[in-house]
Design a protein around this ligand. Structure first.
Ligand code: FE2
Length: 331
């Protein structure tokens, strides 16, 4: 694990006020952060009118770290209410922050959601849930959530992943590792850029599991672009035993390198972590959930950025295990 810190983009009070005012106004108008086409259209309109300063903070990830922390939002620990015990009961808890995150997401690209996940909401609640402690999903707690590309199984996955912190009393770290910080032998890169193994859908997509028998497409773990390497990596859902020893060795060395360059980002309630999902794998350290309303609570948004050339063109033909990404708006 590296001791390097995540780059920070500090919002000034005026810019925070602009964002907060816009989110308050939208929430007052709609009364909920449950996403409807009308709400999404209004969000797009308001985000389109952001000041140059706020837009500048929403510019693309611009370092080899592949991520940044947007700092300066303020979350009142009392006002936000207790941490929900599952996404299903979260409802409109912290709704104004759902909308703030959606506004920021819309300034960065096109927010997406999944029909089969968290009722198709565009902003997810990430909270530890009783009975899910040891899963490899966002509802887990007592296990290490191993480093992964978000929604790695799907060709429509996000380009950017946003994690807004509502509460993190115990300073539980999100881990992040950039492929651009790793050092790999050319022979390993050669193997890992070949489509050898599939990445299967995770436990959060129960319906997609049924699709898993239909010729899962083999995908490359690494992809060379003119700007450098990108990755698509989720060892927990990659059937590594199906590959030969040489490939397994290269994959293991990639895992080791990602562990070496991994940084720990302990988010505070005034921060949003923005991760480039093509450059960075993210995870979480284990922790003990209390289920007393004070547990760690994050809001998650996923964003696609039109026109990026960070992935192999062959991905477009993948079936995505029958899962459809919902896009916020067409343009
Ligand atoms: Fe994740």
């Amino acid at each position: 694990m590296s001791t390097a810190a995540a780059p920070v983009r500090q919002l000034d009070p005026h810019t925070v006020g602009e964002l907060r005012e816009a989110a308050d106004k939208l929430l007052a108008e709609f009364g909920t952060s449950a996403t409807s086409p009308e709400l999404l259209a209004h969000v797009a309109q308001v985000a389109g009118e952001f000041s140059p300063a706020l837009r500048h903070h929403c510019r693309p990830v611009d370092t080899a770290d592949g991520l940044f922390v947007l700092r300066g939002l303020d979350v009142d620990d009392d006002a936000v209410g207790p941490t929900p015990t599952s996404w299903a009961t979260a409802g409109d808890s912290g709704a104004v922050y759902d909308i703030a995150l959606l506004l920021l997401a819309t300034a960065m690209g096109k927010p997406i959601a999944w029909e089969g996940q968290q009722d198709g909401r565009f902003v997810h609640n990430i909270v530890p849930s009783p009975g899910h402690e040891t899963e490899q999903t966002g509802a887990s707690s007592s296990v290490l959530l191993s480093p992964h590309t978000e929604d790695a199984f799907h060709p429509g996955r996000a380009h950017l992943l946003m994690l807004g912190c509502m509460r993190n009393h115990d300073n539980i770290a999100t881990t992040a590792a950039s492929i651009r910080r790793t050092r790999l032998a050319d022979a390993d890169i050669d193997l890992l850029t070949r489509p050898v193994l599939p990445i299967l859908p995770d436990d959060a997509y129960e319906a997609a599991q049924e699709y898993a028998d239909e010729a899962p497409p083999a995908v490359p773990a690494l992809f060379a672009t003119k700007d450098g390497m990108t990755l698509r990596f989720d060892p927990a859902y990659t059937p590594l035993d199906d590959a030969d020893a040489a490939y397994r060795g290269a994959y293991g060395r990639l895992s080791d390198e990602l562990a070496r360059v991994s940084i720990a980002v302990s988010l505070s309630p005034d921060e949003v972590l923005v991760v480039d999902n093509d450059l960075v794998v993210h995870g979480r350290v284990p922790f003990s959930a209390r289920y007393d309303g004070t547990d760690r609570w994050l809001k998650r948004a996923s964003v696609r950025v039109p026109g990026r050339r960070t992935r192999p063109p062959a991905e477009a033909a993948e079936h995505g295990y029958g899962q459809a990404a919902l896009e916020a708006h067409a343009s």
